[in-house]
Design a protein around this ligand. Structure first.
Ligand SMILES: N[C@@H](CCC(=O)N[C@@H](CS)C(=O)NCC(=O)O)C(=O)O
Length: 259
């Protein structure tokens, strides 16, 4: 089967070394494409809704398969399973495949709630996050818009029952979840066996993006869990962009920013 040209629509390149994207769902899509071994182009924009022509929800990521838009990271994983069978689900029998989807769901819902809270709600992190997200914004707009967006994110986190009981309860629940993930993390190999699968990619995406100075407290909590940290490092190595670009020069190359 000839794979049509793949283009991943994402946000602007982050300034944090080694981090493919500030968005966990875009990070998930990048790493899934790498694990699938499929070359792709990248279309970047400053705002998620700049890609709205390809996704009515105004969210990223969107994968363009030729001219066909596949919005949503879960739909992208399904698409990659179709385009590159046996890569993202290597070694999984039916039962393990079902379990991989359960881990994917936990990642995209529960873990993502804590990710969003760490970036937008945590007062300790907010100054660094605001600086990283809004540097390109003109100063007069920067004085108003970040606070408005933050308020909107806080309302969402309240509705999702992540921040409703306040910071202390939220972070206690997060540390409990990290303890369980640390206890469950494989001592060797990957989450569901000897091969990395989309379960690894999904969990990794919602944890790895917090392992930097924007979210120092959460970074340190993760670092204090040795099994989880060693597994994250293995997934990072197994799913990173390949160093050598193929000769057609189309591997993970940027294309004109969609606006
Ligand atoms: N269910 C979607 C969630 C994607 C998502 O929340 N993307 C964020 C960036 S991390 C976004 O586009 N946010 C803008 C918005 O929700 O308006 C997926 O799995 O791709």
């Amino acid at each position: 089967m000839t794979t049509p040209t793949l283009t991943l629509c994402v946000l602007a390149e982050p300034t944090i070394p080694g981090l493919d994207s500030l968005s966990p769902f875009c990070l998930k899509a990048h790493r899934a494409l790498h694990l699938a071994g499929l070359p792709y182009l990248v279309a970047r924009a400053d705002r998620p809704d700049a890609h709205r022509a390809h996704n009515p929800t105004g969210q990223v990521p969107v994968l363009l398969v030729g001219d066909r838009a596949v919005p949503d990271s879960t739909a992208i994983v399904h698409e990659l399973l179709r385009l590159a069978p046996g890569t993202l689900d290597r070694g999984l029998d039916d039962r393990a495949l079902a379990e991989a989807w359960l881990w994917e769901e936990l990642s995209d819902t529960a873990l993502n709630g804590f990710y969003v809270a760490a970036r937008w709600a945590d007062d300790d992190n907010w100054p660094a996050v605001r600086a990283a997200y809004f540097t390109a914004m003109p100063a007069p707009v920067r004085a108003v818009v970040p606070a408005l967006l933050r308020r909107r994110q806080m309302q969402t986190l309240h509705a999702r029952d992540v921040w409703r009981a306040g910071a202390e309860v939220c972070w206690r629940r997060y540390r409990d979840l990290l303890d369980r993930l640390d206890a469950r993390a494989p001592r060797e190999g990957f989450w569901l066996g000897p091969h990395a699968t989309f379960a690894d990619v999904s969990l990794f995406a919602q944890l790895h993006g917090l392992r930097n100075g924007l979210t120092a407290k959460q970074r340190d909590w993760i670092a204090a869990r040795p099994n989880l940290t060693a597994w994250l490092d293995r997934v990072d190595r197994a799913t990173r962009a390949p160093h050598a670009a193929p000769t057609n020069g189309r591997h993970h190359a940027d294309v004109a920013t969609a606006r």
